[in-house]
Design a protein around this ligand. Structure first.
Ligand SMILES: CC(C)(COP(=O)(O)OP(=O)(O)OC[C@H]1O[C@@H](n2cnc3c(N)ncnc32)[C@H](O)[C@@H]1OP(=O)(O)O)[C@@H](O)C(=O)NCCC(=O)NCCS
Length: 318
C-alpha cells in the first residue's frame, strides 16, 4: 500500500463515492459543485492536498485531505516559533472496504509523510465525527469539546455593539484579535476565514436561503466573527475575543439578533480555555457537550506541549 496525491480526475471520482457521507441534503450535482468551488477557493488552492491510500494495483482504498494551517510554539522565554500544522478532513473508506485497517494505515502513512516533508511541521489536527478510538491508534489525543448555545432573539442586531462587520472586513478584524497566551496554538489566516464564508455562500445559493446580514461584530477592543452553517440553520462563531463578560454578552447578543433576522435556529460558540469563564455569565447561554467535531491533535515533532491548554476555535475546522 502507498500514499499518493490525488489527480483532479481522482478528486472528482472521490466526490462521487463520498456523496452519501457528506452530500445530503444537497443533490449529487450540488455536492459536486460545492466540492469544486471549495477546491477553487484561494485558501484551498494554497493549502489543500488530497491524499489517497492505494493498493499495489492502483485501486483506491481510502482517502483524506489536509489543509496546511499556521501554528506557533512558545518557548519558555516567550519567543514564538512559527510552524506548519495540518488539519485533516474527509477521512473516507468505501463501505465495501471498511474494517480492514485502511483508514488507520492512511493516517499513519500521512503523519510519517508530513513529518518527512515539512521541516516546519508541528502538529496534525482533525475533528472526529466517529469518536476518539480510531484516531487514538494513530497517535491523536482528543481535546475537551464543549459548545455554548444560544437561541436567536428578535431586535436590532447592532444595538449594544459598536458595529457589525461585513465579509470584506474579516481580515482587518482578525488582525486586531489577541493571540492566545497558550504554549502552543493555531492562528488562521483571513483567507482561511473566507473559506468558511465560501461554504456559507454555497449553501445560501444551493439550499437556497438568505445569508446573514453580518459576519461579525465589535464592541470596544472585543471582536466576534461568525458564519452561517446553512445545512443546520446555525450561526457558528468562528473566532471570539471578548475582553470582559459584558463584551461577551454584547457580541453574542448581536449574533443572536443577526441569527433571528436570517431565520436561523441557533447560535453556537466553541468553548476555549480563555472564553469559558466569560461565557458562564452570558444570559441565555447554555453549555453542552459537542456532538461530533471532536478536536484531536497529533504532534509531528518532539517537544510539543500535550494537554488541553491549546485553544481550538471553530475557524480551524475543516
Ligand atoms: C470512519 C471510516 C473512515 C473508517 O474507515 P476504515 O477503513 O473502516 O477504518 P479502520 O479499518 O482503520 O478502522 C475501523 C475502526 O473504526 C471504527 N469506526 C468506523 N466507523 C465508526 C463510527 N461511525 N463510529 C465509531 N467508530 C467507527 C470501527 O468501529 C473500527 O474499530 P474496530 O477496529 O475497533 O472495530 C469509514 O467508516 C468511513 O469512511 N465512514 C464514513 C465517513 C466518516 O465518517 N469519516 C470519518 C470522519 S471523522
Amino acid at each position: 500500500m502507498r500514499l499518493v496525491l490525488a489527480t483532479d480526475a481522482q478528486k472528482a471520482e472521490r466526490d462521487v463515492v463520498t456523496y452519501p457521507a457528506w452530500g445530503p441534503p444537497l443533490s449529487v450535482e450540488g455536492y459536486m459543485e460545492r466540492e469544486e468551488r471549495l477546491r477553487a477557493h484561494p485558501w484551498s488552492r494554497a493549502e489543500l492536498k488530497s491524499w489517497l491510500l492505494c493498493a499495489e494495483d492502483g485501486g483506491v482504498l481510502a482517502s483524506c485531505e489536509t489543509y496546511r494551517t499556521d501554528s506557533l510554539l512558545r518557548a519558555p522565554d516567550g519567543a514564538l516559533t512559527p510552524g506548519d500544522s495540518f488539519a485533516i478532513a474527509s477521512v473516507f473508506t468505501e463501505e465495501r472496504l471498511r474494517g480492514r485497517g485502511y483508514a488507520t494505515r492512511l493516517m499513519d502513512l500521512l503523519a510519517a509523510e508530513l513529518e518527512r516533508a515539512s521541516p516546519r511541521a508541528q502538529s496534525a489536527l482533525l475533528f472526529s465525527d466517529v469518536g476518539a478510538a480510531i484516531y487514538q491508534r494513530s497517535g491523536y489525543q482528543e481535546f475537551p469539546a464543549w459548545d455554548w448555545r444560544l437561541a436567536p432573539e428578535p431586535g436590532e442586531p447592532s444595538a449594544l455593539v459598536d458595529r457589525l462587520l461585513t465579509e470584506a472586513e474579516l481580515g482587518a478584524a482578525l488582525a486586531r484579535m489577541r493571540r492566545p497566551e497558550a504554549p502552543f496554538f493555531y492562528w488562521p489566516t483571513a483567507a482561511q476565514l473566507d473559506w468558511h464564508l465560501e461554504r456559507e455562500r454555497i449553501y445560501a445559493e444551493l439550499m437556497p436561503r438568505p445569508r446573514p446580514e453580518a459576519n461579525g461584530a465589535t464592541v470596544g477592543e472585543s471582536t466576534a466573527l461568525w458564519c452561517m452553517l446553512g445545512r443546520t440553520g446555525t450561526l457558528m462563531v468562528l473566532m471570539f475575543d471578548a475582553r470582559s463578560a459584558g463584551d461577551a454578552a454584547a457580541l453574542l447578543g448581536a449574533a443572536r439578533r443577526v441569527a433571528h433576522r436570517a431565520g436561523l435556529s441557533r447560535v453556537v460558540l466553541w468553548e476555549e480555555p480563555a472564553t469559558a469563564p466569560l461565557l458562564a455569565g452570558v444570559p441565555g447561554a447554555r453549555r453542552e457537550p459537542r456532538e461530533g467535531s471532536l478536536p484531536m491533535v497529533r504532534p509531528l515533532r518532539p517537544g510539543l506541549p500535550s494537554g488541553s491548554a491549546t485553544p481550538i476555535p471553530r475557524a480551524l475546522w475543516v
